[in-house]
Write a protein that binds this ligand. Structure first.
Ligand SMILES: [Ca+2]
Ligand SMILES: [Ca+2]
Ligand SMILES: [Ca+2]
Length: 257
């Protein structure tokens, strides 16, 4: 039991890392980059309702404009933005419709994000392991992430769903035996795991809630964090204390000069 639980937690951490990495890779605040001309685009493999590829299509369309830029470290454009041209005359403007990114610079887009008519993030498909097929799908509402679906066994179908409230993780459902039905449920409060239920015989009902175990783990984690903090504090110089005698002397002599 404990083994399975630990494995689950480990897997969760890895997945969270992947999801965050994917989110980071296509985050909106960084410098811009563009997509390779004629670069391959992943086929639209995604859960129903996610990945509106039509928003990325611009060739032969007068209501679309594509802009390609090269990000940091990219010799060629690796980000392509497709804008929708809306309005007439002076009201004519462009609104972001789709963004495709080749994050590992192998010439193939691995992140595709679509936007709604207001230019807010709507959906995103990610090939997080660069194998040429999407394995992670994000859904946004009013530009904020509300759901992430992950394909853990590489069959092209999501087997894990993560739900967010106000941008914080609130609930996770996982189908660990890949029979199409969730058998692990995790409940989060403000992003922190509170309890975890397991359907051990896969009949659709929770057989065990690991509330106590979770609480113990959280307490352990907190203790560890506090210890680490204390360690860092004892290592860090106290305010006003010289960091290093040589450095201080140099500063003093510089000031006296
Ligand atoms: Ca790529
Ligand atoms: Ca799957
Ligand atoms: Ca299952």
């Amino acid at each position: 039991m404990k083994g399975r639980f630990t494995k689950g937690l480990l897997g969760l951490g890895v997945l969270l890392g992947l999801a965050l990495a994917a989110l980071h890779a296509c985050g909106g605040s960084g410098p811009e980059a563009g997509a390779p001309k004629g670069g391959a685009v992943l086929p639209p493999q995604s859960p129903a309702g996610v990945g509106d590829q039509a928003r990325c299509q611009f060739e032969g369309r007068s209501d679309r404009e594509a802009v390609e830029t090269a990000g940091p470290g990219a010799m060629r454009p690796n980000i392509r933005r497709v804008y929708a041209i809306v309005g007439e005359g002076e009201a004519r403007r462009r609104v972001i419709s789709c963004r495709e990114v080749d994050t590992n610079l192998d010439g193939v887009f691995d992140v595709v994000r679509t936007y709604n008519d207001l230019g807010e993030s709507a959906e995103e498909s990610v090939d997080s392991n660069f194998e040429g097929r999407f394995d992670t799908w994000h859904t946004f509402t009013k530009g904020r992430i509300t759901k992430t679906q992950i394909d853990n066994n590489g069959d092209g179908r999501p087997d894990e769903s993560r739900y967010y409230i106000k941008g914080k993780l609130s609930r996770v459902q996982r189908d660990t035996n890949h029979d199409g039905a969730p058998d692990v449920w995790e409940v989060y409060d403000n992003g922190h795991l509170q309890r975890m239920g397991e359907d051990l015989d896969y009949d659709g009902h929770v057989d065990r809630w690991n509330r106590d175990e979770i609480a113990a783990r959280l307490a352990e984690q907190r203790e560890r964090e506090e210890e680490e903090q204390q360690e860092q504090q004892t290592q860090a110089p106290k305010p006003g204390e010289p960091v290093d005698a040589g450095v201080t002397d140099a500063r003093v002599s510089a000031r006296n000069r």
